[in-house]
Design a protein around this ligand. Structure first.
Ligand code: PKZ
Length: 131
């Protein structure tokens, strides 16, 4: 799994308990999943269809740095299934794991559209192929 994104836990990210608000973390995960999918599928029209069970294993406090990892579980026809893990860089603990985030590639009509992708692509390889 690749951990592309780091977030710094700020006062506005906390719940009344003084720890990272779960809804904030889910928003970060959703955005990361969308950006990952947009880049992989080369289409900016991608939506979140489904997220599996969510299990908060540990938390983070103000000033902690968390990192968000994504990996592809499966390329479908119009869908992309991702797995996500978020870790606390300070405590080295896993905060949350989400297996099966289903993202769907859409056409201009807003309906599922086949993306034609079957494997993870890296930007550097795309650039080399363009030469
Ligand atoms: C490069 C420059 C970029 C610039 C730009 C940047 C913009 C960067 C901004 C970030 C952007 C943020 C974006 C955040 C992401 C949202 O927050 S998106 C908002 C929340 N999501 C929604 O509103 C989606 C609402 N749902 C829908 O519109 C419809 O359900 C959908 C998604 C079009 C799907 O319609 P449907 O009739 O269910 O479609 P259906 O053909 O049955 O299924 C499609 C695929 O999903 C699968 N599927 C459907 N349901 C399930 C399920 N429950 N479980 C598993 N798989 C399922 C199907 O198996 C199928 O897969 P394939 O076999 O084709 O691979």
């Amino acid at each position: 799994m690749r951990f592309h994104t780091r977030k710094w836990v700020k006062p506005e990210d906390l719940n009344a308990n003084g720890t990272l608000f779960g809804g904030k973390l889910l928003a970060w995960i959703d955005e990361e999943a969308a950006l990952y999918s947009i880049i992989q599928l080369e289409n900016s029209k991608v939506v979140t269809k489904y997220m599996s069970e969510i299990n908060f294993l540990s938390s983070a406090r103000q000033g902690d740095i968390v990192e968000i990892g994504m990996e592809v579980e499966k390329f479908g026809k119009s869908s992309l299934t991702l797995n996500c893990e978020v870790r606390n860089k300070m405590t080295r603990e896993t905060i949350i794991k989400v297996d099966n985030i289903i993202m769907v590639n859409l056409g201009d009509d807003g309906k599922p559209k086949p993306h034609g992708k079957t494997e993870v692509e890296f930007v550097k390889d795309r650039l080399n192929n363009d030469k």
